[in-house]
Design a protein around this ligand. Sequence first.
Ligand code: NAD
Ligand code: ZN
Ligand code: ZN
Length: 385
Amino acid sequence: MQAVVFHRPKKVTVDRVDDPRIEAPTDAILRVTSTAICGSDLHIYNGFFPQIRNLVLGHEFMGIVEEIGTSVQRLKKGDRVVVPFPVACGQCFFCERSLPIHCENSNKKNYGPEGGLLSQKGGGLFGYTDLYGGYAGGQAEYVRVPYADYGPRRVSDSLTDDQVLFLSDILPTGWSAIDWAEVRGGETVAVFGCGPVGLMAQKCAWLRGARQVIGIDRVPYRLECARETANAEVIDASRTDPVQGIRDLTHGRGADVCVDAVGMEAHRGMVKKISNVVHAEVGSIEVLRQCISAVRRGGRVSIVGVYGMNYDNFPLGQMFDKGIRVGFGQALVHRYIDELIKIIESGHVRTDDIITHRVALSEAPRAYDIFCRKEDHCVKVILKP
Ligand code: NAD
Ligand code: ZN
Ligand code: ZN
C-alpha cells in the first residue's frame, strides 16, 4: 500500500510499504477514507521528537473496517468509524479511570530518567514515534487499529468525513482545554494559537457559554480564519503585545481563562539548532509565559499545545502569587468523543470550515511543507488515500 513515511526531519515521502495485518485478536484493519495532518505531526517533522527508524505517520484518521480479529465484538466489516488518536486497551488501571492517554498496555517501552523526555511509561499513540509505542499511523491506505472494541466510534452515514474526522483529535483537544478550565457562562476565554487546535478551542468556548473569545496568532490569514470560522476577536501578536491586548479588552483584569494552543511550535530560526535528537532547553515557553501573565488573578490556564522537554525560567512565582489553576496534557479523546458526536449531529458546531486543502495522499510531502511554513493560506489539510 501507499503510506506517508517519516525518514528524517523535513523528509517525508509517500512510499510503498507492506499492508498492515491483524497481529492480535483485538485488532481491526481499517481502509482509510480521510486522514489529516496535525500540528503535532510537525513536532516530528521538525525534529522535536526523535525518530530514528522510518515510520508511517498520522494519528487523525477514519475509514471503513476491512477486517477484524477473532475477539472483536463491537465492530464488523464494512462499519464506518472514526478513531481516537491515543491507542488504549480500555481495561487497565488508567483506562478504567477514563485516562486512556496513559494506558498501561499500549506502550511497552519505558523511557529515560525522571524528568527527561517522557519521564515515565505512558500510553501509545498512532504514528507518533517509538517513544509512543511505534505504531504505524493512518496517513496510509490501510491502518491496523489495536483494541478495536475500545477506540473506534461508528459514525452516521448522514455525516460526511469532513464533518466527523476531527473527532479523532482536534475537536476533543479543543474541548479538553475548555473543560479543564471549567469555563462558565459569561467568561472571557483567550486562546493563543489560531491553528486547527486553537480554532477548535475557540469554538468550544462558545459552546460552553463564553461571553468573549479572543484569538491570538502571528499569522494574518490565521487570525482572519479565527474571525470568520470561530467568531473571535483577534490580536496579532507580531504587532501588539498580546498580554497588554488581552488586558485592554478585559478592563485591565485579564482573561478568566487562557489557553495555550501553540506549544513548542518552532520559532523561526530555531529549527536549525535541532538534529535528529531532541536537545533540552531548545524550546520556548514565550506563549505559556504570556498565558500566565494575561490570565486574571484566580484564573485558569489550559495547556494543550505540546511540550516535550524541560524548560528553565518557568514563571512559578507568578503562578503562585496569582493563584492560577493549570491543566495540561494530551486530550482524553475517549472520554469526550461520544458527547461531541452528539454536538456535531445537533448542528451546534461546525468543524469542517477550517479545512483549506483536500489532496491525494501522494501530495503529502508538499502538504507537510506548506502546512509547516504556513503558506498558501493553509490551515488544515485532509489527505485522501
Ligand atoms: P499549528 O502549528 O497549525 O498551530 C499553531 C499556531 O500557533 C499557528 O497558527 C502559529 O502561527 C501560532 N503561533 C506560533 N507562535 C505563536 C506565538 N508566539 N503567539 C501566538 N501564536 C503563535 O498546530 P495545531 O494543529 O493547531 O496544534 C497546536 C498545538 O496543539 C501543537 O503544539 C500540537 O502539537 C498541539 N496538540 C495537542 C494535542 C493534545 O492532545 N494536547 C492534540 C493535538 C495537537
Ligand atoms: Zn493531531
Ligand atoms: Zn489501558
